[in-house]
Design a protein around this ligand. Sequence first.
Ligand SMILES: Nc1nc2c(c(=O)[nH]1)N[C@H]1C(S)=C(S)[C@@H](COP(=O)(O)OP(=O)(O)OC[C@H]3O[C@@H](n4cnc5c(=O)[nH]c(N)nc54)[C@H](O)[C@@H]3O)O[C@H]1N2
Ligand SMILES: Nc1nc2c(c(=O)[nH]1)N[C@H]1C(S)=C(S)[C@@H](COP(=O)(O)OP(=O)(O)OC[C@H]3O[C@@H](n4cnc5c(=O)[nH]c(N)nc54)[C@H](O)[C@@H]3O)O[C@H]1N2
Ligand code: SF4
Ligand SMILES: [Mo]
Length: 867
Amino acid sequence: MSTVRSTCPYCGVGCGVLLAPGDSGRLTVTGDPDHPANTGRLCSKGSALADTLGTEGRLLAPRVDGHETGWDSALDLVAARFAETVATHGPDSVAFYASGQMLTEDYYVANKLMKGFLGTANIDTNSRLCMASTVAGHRRAFGTDTVPGTYEDLDAADLVVLVGSNLAWCHPILHQRVLAAKAARGTKVVVVDPRRTATCDGADLHLQLAIGSDVALFNGLLAAIYEGGAVDKAFVANVDGFDDTLTAARCARLDPTGLDRDLVDRFYRIWIGTERVVTVFSQGVNQSGSGTDKVNAILNCHIATGRIGRAGMGPFSVTGQPNAMGGREVGGLANMLACHLEIENPAHRAAVADFWNAPRLATTPGLKAVEMFRAVAEGRIKALWIMHTNPAATLPEADAVRDAIAACDFTVVSDITAATDTARLADVLLPAAAWAEKDGTVTNSDRTISRQRAALQPPGQARPDWWHVTEVARRMGYGRSFDFAGPAEIFREHAALSGIAGGFGRDFDISGLADLSDGDYERLAPTRWPVARRRGGRFFADGQSFHPGGRIRMVPVHWRAPEAKHGPRFPFRLNTGRVRDHWHTMTRTGRSARLSAHLAEPFVEIHPEDAKELGVAADTLVELTTPTGRAILRATITDAVQQGTLFAPMHWTGETAPSGRVDALVAGVTDPVSGQPESKASVCAARPFAAAWYGFAVSAGPIRPSSEYWALARSPSGWRAELAGAQTPDDWEQAARTLFGLPQAEAQVLSDPARGLARLAFRDQGRLAAALFVGPRPLALMRDYLTTLPDTDTLTGRAPADRPDPGPTLCSCFGVGVNTILTAIETDGLMSVEAVGAALSAGTNCGSCRPEIAALLATAHGREAAE
Ligand SMILES: Nc1nc2c(c(=O)[nH]1)N[C@H]1C(S)=C(S)[C@@H](COP(=O)(O)OP(=O)(O)OC[C@H]3O[C@@H](n4cnc5c(=O)[nH]c(N)nc54)[C@H](O)[C@@H]3O)O[C@H]1N2
Ligand SMILES: Nc1nc2c(c(=O)[nH]1)N[C@H]1C(S)=C(S)[C@@H](COP(=O)(O)OP(=O)(O)OC[C@H]3O[C@@H](n4cnc5c(=O)[nH]c(N)nc54)[C@H](O)[C@@H]3O)O[C@H]1N2
Ligand code: SF4
Ligand SMILES: [Mo]
C-alpha cells in the first residue's frame, strides 16, 4: 500500500491526513502538508487516530435480536418492517435519525429514500443538537444557509471574537491559526464565555457573561455601532430591517450580562475600531433557547458595518462535526429538501420530485430531533433507523430517550460497535465500515469539500453506510433509483441536483463537479464551493442575499432568559460541553490510552464558594439532580465557573461511567425557531454524594465494576477504573475477584478495616494481573504510574526513587505530566512554552496542550512573584 490522502473524521476543521503503512503493519496517520485547512498540523485527537483503529470491539456481522446473521436476512427484515409500517400506519410512522459524521454520499441516499420514496420528511440529524440555530439564523438573514467566513479570514483578521467557543480544545488547529495571526500581525483575541477555558489563555479580553445573555451583549454592540457613527450607510441602504433592528437593540432597559461596564465598553471600542473583525461562534451560541436570536444578534453587527464576505472579516459559525456542512447541503434536516432547496416551496418540490423520479415526495417538514424521540415515546413512530450517532447518550432527557428507543416496535442501528447506549437497544444492528475503511466526501466549516479515502479493508462483514441504505431501498422496490455502484456515482447525482438548485438561484451549486469521472473523483483535491457553471467567488460582500428581491435582512431580536427557571429546588445552572482529548461518546477516542490520560473520568466544575456552602471537598463526588435525571460526578473546585453555575462534560456513557451520563440531566427545552435543544442552561441541584469508600483499580484485563460510582478508561497496560460506593463490601478480596474476573489468581491483601484502607494485588504467573486501592476518602495516588504496572512484575504504591511521579498527563503526544513540567519550570527556570518544549518536548507535536502549559507557567511564575 502506498500513502493515502484522507480527512480527519473528528471536528469540522477538516484537517487533511496521510495514511501510510507503519511498523508491524499498523497504519500511521500524519498531517497532510498540502491540505489548506491544516498544512500538515494535527491536534491531539488527530495525532492519535492510529490508536483507534483495529478490530477490537467492532461489530463484525449483522445482528437481529442479539443473534448474528447474514446481510440478506437482516436487510430483508429491515425492508419488510419499514414497508409494512408505512403501509399500515402511513409514511409519518417511520423515521431516520442521521448524523453530521456521515459522509455526504451516505447522507444523500438516506435523505432521498426518506423524503422521496417513503414520503416522509421524518429524517433529522444530530446536527439539530449542533448547528440548527445557525442554519435558522443564516436563513433569516441571507435567505439560505450560507457560511460567509473562510479560514483565510482568520489569518487576515485584526480582531477575532470567540463567542461560546472553546476553540483551543474543540477546533485546535483553527486556534493555532488564530494564535499564529496574533504572533504575525498582532491580532487581538476576545473570548465571550461564561466559563474560563483553555481558549482564554491566549486571549486579550475575556467577557465572562451570564449564561444565555449574548443577545443583550450584541444588541448593545449594535447600539454602540450606531451611536459611534460606525454604520456602513452604503451597505445598509440595500439591507431590510435596519430601523426595526436598531430600535429593538436600543430599547433594552436591563443588562442581564452581569459584566463590568468598563470591560464591555472596551470590547465595543475594539470591535468598532477594527475593520477586520471575525466573530467566530459555536455551541455557546447555538445550544440555547434563544440560539437563533443569538446568531442574528451577531450577524446584525456585521451587516450594519458591512463587515462581511471580505478578507479578514465576517461572522463565522465553526461547525462541530466533520460533515455537519455536508449534511446541511444534502438536506439532512427535517425542514430542508436537498441542496438548500426548501420543502415548503412547491417549485422546489416539483423540481426535486422530477429529478429523483420520486413517487411520493414529502410535502411538509418532518419532526425535529427532540420531537422525533417524543413521537417514538408516544408510539407515533413505530419504525426507527439510527445511523452514526448515539442519541440514548447525547439527546437531552437521555433517560427518557433510552426508554423510548427500548419501547419502539422496531429499531435499526448502523454503527461500528455494539457497545453503545443506543446499539444495546436495537432490534437490528448493521455493521458499518469505519473511517479509513470507506470512501466519500465531507465539507468542513469553510465550505471546503475533501475526500475521505479507504486505506484498510472493512473487518468481517462491515459495509459502508451508503450501502446499508441502498440495499434496503432496493429491497423495498426502489432499485432503479438506488442503483449506485459506489460513492462516485452518488456524488455525481448530488452535484447534478445542486445545479438545479443553482438554477433557482440557490447558493449551494457544485454542478461544476457533476461530470467527474471515477478517476477524477478518486483524485478530487480539497475544493471550496460554490463550484458552479454559473458563478463562483465570495458571498455577501456585494450586499446580495438569496431572499426574493435579493436584499440581506437584519432581524430585530430581544434578550430572553434561559427557558428553565431557577428556584430553591434547583438553584444552579448547569453548563455542559467538551474536553480536549475525547470525541463525544468516546467510542473511538476511548480506545486510546494516551487520549484517556488527560481527563480519565466525568467531573463537574464547581465554584469554591458553592463548594464550601454545600460541604463538597476537592475530588469527592457530587450528586446532581435536575427535573429529568440524576448523575454522580467528581468535584473539580475551580473559579473558572461562576458562582451558581456548574460545568460538566458530555462524554461519559453507560459503557464508561453509567452515573456520569450528563444528558440525563439536560432538559428537553428547545429554541422556538430552530428546534435546537438548550444543552447548556438546565437548572440543577447539587449535594455531596455520601461515599463510604473510594477505590482505584488497574488491570491488564477488563474490569467489571458494579458500585454506585464507577468510571472506566483504557490505560497503557490495560484498563483503569475510579470507583466509589455507598456501602463497604464485607470481603474486599471477594469483591475484587469479581471486579477483575480473577477467581483463581494469587492474591496479596493488605487491609486495615478500622481505617477503611485496603490494598489488593492479584498475580498471574508471577506478573501483576490487577490491583485495587481502597480508602475512606478520595485517594491521592500516582495514577499515571500505577497504570503502567499491570503485566509487569512490580507493585509498590510509590514510584521508584529514580522515577519521580509525573503527575496527570498534560501532553498526550509525548506523555508528559503536570509535575514533570512544573519541576522543569522551577529547577531549570523555564520562562516560555517554547522553553518547556525544548526541554521536555511537551507541546511540540500537536500543540493542543500549549494553552495549559502557558497556564502552568503563569501559575508557577505568579507564585514566585508572590513569594
Ligand atoms: N475535543 C473535542 N473537540 C470537538 C468535539 C469533541 O467532542 N471533542 N466535538 C465537535 C463538535 S460536534 C462540536 S459541535 C464542537 C463544539 O465546540 P464548542 O462549541 O467550542 O464546545 P463546547 O464545549 O460544547 O461549548 C463551548 C463553550 O460554550 C460556553 N457557553 C455555555 N453557555 C454559553 C452562553 O450562554 N454564552 C456563551 N457565549 N458561551 C456559552 C461553554 O462554557 C463552553 O466553553 O466541537 C467539535 N470539536
Ligand atoms: N449535554 C450536551 N449534549 C450534547 C452536546 C453538548 O454540548 N452538551 N452536544 C451535542 C452535539 S453538538 C453533538 S454533534 C452530539 C454528538 O452526539 P452523537 O453523534 O450521538 O455522539 P457520537 O459519539 O459522535 O456518536 C457517533 C456514533 O457513531 C458510531 N460510528 C463511528 N463511526 C461510524 C461509521 O463510520 N458509521 C456508522 N454507522 N457509525 C459510526 C460511533 O461508534 C458512535 O456510536 O451531541 C450533542 N449532545
Ligand atoms: S483539529 Fe484535530 S480533530 Fe479537528 S480535524 Fe484537525 S486533527 Fe482532526
Ligand atoms: Mo456538534
